[in-house]
Design a protein around this ligand. Structure first.
Ligand SMILES: [Fe+2]
Length: 231
C-alpha cells in the first residue's frame, strides 16, 4: 500500500505492516510530511480497505483470539474491539487529511463561480490544517475571518448575476445566503471573542455548510445562468 502510493522502500512497508492494525494507518500517514502524500495513502487505503485490511485484521484477531480464549474473552467481544479499532484508524486518517477534496462533482458549470468555490474550499481546508497542526489562535482567527469575508463577497457575486439575468429564484436564493452568512458569522464572533473552539463537530458543520451551498442551491442556478451566457 504505502510502497505503491508513496514510493517508500520495502523495509519500511514491512515494518509498518508489522504494527498492530489500530496503529498501522496512523503511523503510515505520519511518515509523510505532506498532506498530498498522506492523501494518496488514504485513497489507496480506502481502495483496498475491504480486502487487504480485513485480511490483516482477521489474522491479527485470530492471533489475539487464541490468546484471549485463555482469559475467557468471547468472539463477540473481540468483534466489537475490531470495530472500534477500525473506526479509530479512520478518525486518525481524517484528522490529517484535507477537509474537502475539490472534485468535478462540485462544479456548477460556470468557471467564474467554480473558481470562487475552489477558493472557499481552499480557505476552509487551510483553517482545518491550521487547527489540526496546532497553529496559534491568532492565526486561526485570521483565517476564519478570511472565510467569512470571502463568503460575503462570493454571495454578492452570485446575487449580482441573479439580478443581471433575472434569475427567477433570486429571492429564495438570497434568503438562503443570508441564513448561511448568519450561521458562520455567529460562530466567527464567538471564536474571535474566545467563546468558541474549533472542534471536529465544527468542521463537520462547515463542511456540510459549504457542500450544502454548492450542491444544494448553486447547482440549481448553474444551468439557468449558463443559458444566459455566463461562463
Ligand atoms: Fe456559491
Amino acid at each position: 500500500l504505502s510502497h505503491a502510493a508513496a514510493g517508500v522502500d520495502n523495509r519500511q512497508v514491512i515494518a509498518m505492516g508489522s504494527l498492530i492494525e489500530e496503529e498501522f494507518l496512523a503511523r503510515a500517514l505520519n511518515a509523510f510530511d505532506s498532506n498530498d502524500k498522506a492523501m494518496e495513502v488514504y485513497r489507496a487505503f480506502k481502495k483496498i480497505f475491504s480486502v487487504a485490511m480485513s485480511v490483516m485484521v482477521d489474522s491479527y484477531l485470530h492471533a489475539i483470539m487464541r490468546g484471549m480464549e485463555g482469559i475467557g474473552m468471547n468472539e463477540r467481544l473481540v468483534a466489537r474491539i475490531r470495530k472500534v479499532a477500525i473506526r479509530r484508524m479512520i478518525e486518525e486518517a481524517r484528522s490529517v487529511l484535507p477537509l474537502i477534496d475539490w472534485s468535478d462533482s462540485l462544479s456548477v458549470g460556470l468557471s467564474v463561480i467554480d473558481e470562487q468555490h475552489k477558493k472557499l474550499v481552499e480557505i476552509l481546508n487551510r483553517l482545518h490544517d491550521g487547527s489540526v497542526s496546532g497553529k496559534g489562535n491568532e492565526q486561526l482567527k485570521g483565517i476564519l475571518l478570511e472565510l467569512v469575508q470571502y463568503t460575503v463577497d462570493h454571495f454578492a457575486t452570485e446575487e449580482k448575476y441573479f439580478e443581471e439575468h433575472n434569475y427567477p429564484d433570486t429571492a429564495a436564493h438570497k434568503e438562503a445566503h443570508a441564513a448561511l452568512v448568519k450561521q458562520v458569522a455567529a460562530f466567527n464572533d464567538a471564536f474571535q471573542a474566545g467563546d468558541a473552539k474549533l472542534s471536529g463537530d465544527l468542521f463537520k458543520f462547515l463542511r456540510s455548510w459549504l457542500n450544502g451551498h454548492i450542491r444544494g442551491t448553486d447547482k440549481l442556478y448553474g444551468p439557468y445562468l449558463y443559458e444566459q451566457g455566463v461562463r
